[in-house]
Structure formats: C-alpha cells, structure tokens
Design a protein around this ligand. Structure first.
Ligand SMILES: *[C@@H]1O[C@H](CO)[C@@H](O)[C@H](O)[C@H]1NC(C)=O
Ligand SMILES: *[C@@H]1O[C@H](CO)[C@@H](O)[C@H](O)[C@H]1NC(C)=O
Ligand SMILES: *[C@@H]1O[C@H](CO)[C@@H](O)[C@H](O)[C@H]1NC(C)=O
Ligand SMILES: *[C@@H]1O[C@H](CO)[C@@H](O)[C@H](O)[C@H]1NC(C)=O
Length: 359
C-alpha cells in the first residue's frame, strides 16, 4: 500500500510538473473524471487548511493580515499550484462575496476590496490575506478556501476593528430613526452602524445605555451594566438586551454607531469669544479645518485621550465635550463624551474642529 501511495504521489507530481499551469482547473477535472482514477491517484493524499487565529484586529486606515496556510499529507516533495479564494460575509450579515482569487502568480480582487488586498505567499502554502486601508465596514467573517482539483478545504477568520461605540439620538429626541435613517446618521457622523460584537465589547467595558438602538444586522438592542427599574427591572441580570429584528421602515429607535482611529486631529477652538453655530462652523474653516463630527470627537477621545472641560459645537448641531480624566465640575465620575444635547443654534459656545492629516 505504501509503495502504491508513493507511486501515486510521484504520478501526480510528474503530471503537475509536465502540464503547464493553467489559470483554471478544467483539465484537472477531466483528468479526475476518468472512471476510477480519483481513487487510484489520490487515495491518501490529503489537503489541510487552517487559520492560526480566530480573530484579527485592525484600525481604520491600517493594515491587517488574516493568516491561512495549507499543506498536504503525506508531504509533497515539490510545491503544487493551488487555487486560493478568499471570501467575506459582512458582520451585518448577508451574502458571501468574493474578496480575492489567486492561482499561482495570477490574482484578482473584487468590488470594494479591489486594490486593497493581496496574498502574502511568503512560504510554501502561505495563503494569508494582506489587507490595507481598512474601512469601518470591513469587519466580518473571512473564508480562506483552497481548491486543488482533488479537494476543496476552507477555514475562517474574523476581522474586527478596534474602535468606539456611541449611542446616537436624533435631535428631535428618543426613537426617531428608521433603520435606513440610522445607517445614514452614523455615516454623516463619520462612523458606521455598530455590530453586535462591537456593542457587546463596549458593554464589557462598561457601556450602560437605557435606550434601544439599531445595530448593523437590523436588530435593536441596548447594553445594561447597572440594572434599574426603569431599564427593564432590578431583577434582570446585566447584559445586552435585545428586542430582536425589527421592521426596517416602520419601526423607529435610536442607533449605536461605531468609529475607529482618525488620520487627522480634533481640537477645541474658541478664538476670542463664544459663538453661535454658524460662527462656529466659520471659525473652524478660518482655521483651515472643519467643524468636527460626533464620530470624530469620540475617536479622538478614545484613541488620543482628548480631554477638555468646555462644551463645544459639533457638525450635527449638538454640544459635547470629551473627558478622559474625570474631575469635579466636569460631569460624572467615569471618563466619557458628555452631551448638552442640541441647544438652539443661536446659543454661544466654543467649537471642536477636525483637521485632516493630509492638509
Ligand atoms: C464511469 O462513471 C460514470 C459516472 O461518473 C458512470 O455512469 C459510468 O457507469 C462509469 N463507467 C464505468 C465503466 O465504470
Ligand atoms: C500598510 O501597508 C502598506 C504596504 O502594503 C504600507 O505602505 C503602509 O505604510 C502600511 N500602513 C500602515 C498603517 O501600517
Ligand atoms: C463601507 O464604507 C465605505 C466608506 O467607509 C462606504 O463608501 C461604503 O458604501 C460602505 N459599504 C457598505 C456596504 O456599507
Ligand atoms: C450667528 O451670528 C451671526 C452674526 O455674527 C448672525 O449673522 C447669524 O445669523 C447667527 N446665526 C445663528 C444661527 O444664530
């Protein structure tokens, strides 16, 4: 039996080396479909695929390498070209879409991933996916599939971004946003709808919020770390509570948005006097910047420890301030971004501006 397997491996290898590499494996399939050949030629040669990590973390604008390697058992004495295909299911759910397909030195990337992904190929069997310029909504489950004609094996790895989740309420108050409006609202504030994993992580870090908000998968949930009567009752354990999937058009809630690190800088600006909203917008422009969005203020607070005890205007017409080192007269005893809500636009405040790194 051993001899036979050895011969089989030799046969496969000599076949693989004498036949020019073709961009697809039709030839291979024809070859295999000859009756009985499959059993004879490939019995005992097994393809294995695995990813060394369950999850990989990145930040917006950064790079990430999703590990994947494949090997044969018994080991082959010379390398074979296999087809590697990476695909993705968004953290929001939906269909599996193609990311990258490679065969030997040829490769093609697809859709939103075009030009941002490549196969690492540092050693034999290395099929790690190298991603650059990560976007907020690149999170999800990535599948590394290796096809070499005889077998098709795959393994998966999660991509998560480090960032910050923030609850957002419409200026007119609680529960005003349909799912689509919630999605647009987050985008307008330089963020994206949070996923359940992101909300759960924030809950573990202490996020306690008594209003239900949309998540990327179309469910409505809220994180409770300190149960209270008006928040579902005293007797219920802390946790992320779910209303389940809600009607995307007819039902209205708040939203949980997610933002990650920034390329630019957020700072408090107050030229010589406090300003109404229009003056605040102009003041930032006059400083070669723009009025900061809510997601940018949260990102600066989370990633650079921005700390300033004066409320300032933001792009959505709200007034907020970021506190990293809690102290008296600067709000509650926990760090956080405090909000004064949406004052009338003629009220006078400072402003938070955002200056992009490119300028
Ligand atoms: C060859 O395989 C096909 C199906 O793959 C089968 O229908 C056919 O009977 C087989 N022929 C022989 C000679 O075994
Ligand atoms: C990401 O990788 C590219 C090369 O692929 C490199 O030029 C760039 O500096 C990297 N970016 C970061 C943030 O590490
Ligand atoms: C993902 O985010 C980018 C910008 O960050 C946006 O242009 C794109 O429409 C988003 N895609 C999806 C599917 O939400
Ligand atoms: C802000 O003040 C300017 C005058 O400096 C005035 O023209 C403008 O209408 C005011 N805007 C608001 C929203 O009150």
């Amino acid at each position: 039996m051993k001899t036979l397997l050895f011969l089989v491996a030799q046969l496969v290898l000599s076949w693989a080396t004498t036949v020019p590499t073709t961009p697809d494996n039709f030839f291979y399939h024809d070859f295999l479909n000859e009756n009985g050949s499959k059993e004879i030629h490939f019995s005992g040669v097994k393809l294995h695929v695995d990813t060394a990590q369950l999850s990989v973390f990145g930040v917006r604008g950064g790079n990430a390498t999703l590990p994947c390697r494949f090997w044969y058992e018994p080991e082959l004495s010379s390398p074979r070209a296999a087809r590697v295909k990476w695909s993705w299911v968004s953290a929001a759910g939906g269909q599996e879409t193609d990311v990258l397909v490679t065969f030997g030195s040829r490769s093609r990337s697809f859709g939103r991933f075009r030009g941002r992904v490549q196969l690492r190929q540092e050693f034999t069997g290395d099929a790690a996916l190298v991603m650059s310029d990560l976007q907020l909504n690149d999170t999800g489950l990535y599948r590394c599939a290796v096809v070499d004609g005889l077998e098709d094996k795959s393994a998966t790895v999660h991509l998560e971004l480090r960032g910050v989740v923030f609850p957002y309420q419409h200026p007119r108050g609680r529960y005003h946003l349909s799912f689509l409006e919630a999605q647009r609202t987050c985008e307008e504030q330089d963020s994206t709808l949070a996923t359940f994993t992101q909300l759960f992580q924030s809950w573990e870090e202490g996020l306690n919020w008594c209003n239900a908000g949309w998540l990327a998968d179309g469910t409505v949930q809220y994180p409770i770390t300190r149960p209270r009567t008006e928040c579902g009752g005293h007797n219920v354990a802390p946790g992320v509570r779910s209303y389940g999937r809600r009607h995307r058009h007819r039902q209205r809630y708040d939203v949980f948005c997610f933002s990650s690190s920034l390329r630019g800088r957020v700072y408090y600006h107050q030229p010589s006097h406090k300003m109404n909203l229009t003056e605040a917008q102009r003041a930032c422009q006059g400083d070669g910047a723009e009025i900061a969005k809510v997601g940018q203020l949260y990102a600066a607070w989370k990633f650079t420890g921005l700390d300033h005890c004066d409320g300032g205007w933001l792009a959505d017409g709200s007034v907020r301030y970021p506190i990293s080192r809690p102290r008296t007269n600067c709000g509650p005893s926990e760090p956080g971004v405090r909000s004064f809500g949406f004052p009338p636009p003629e009220h006078k405040h400072g402003v938070y501006c955002y200056k992009s790194e490119d300028e």
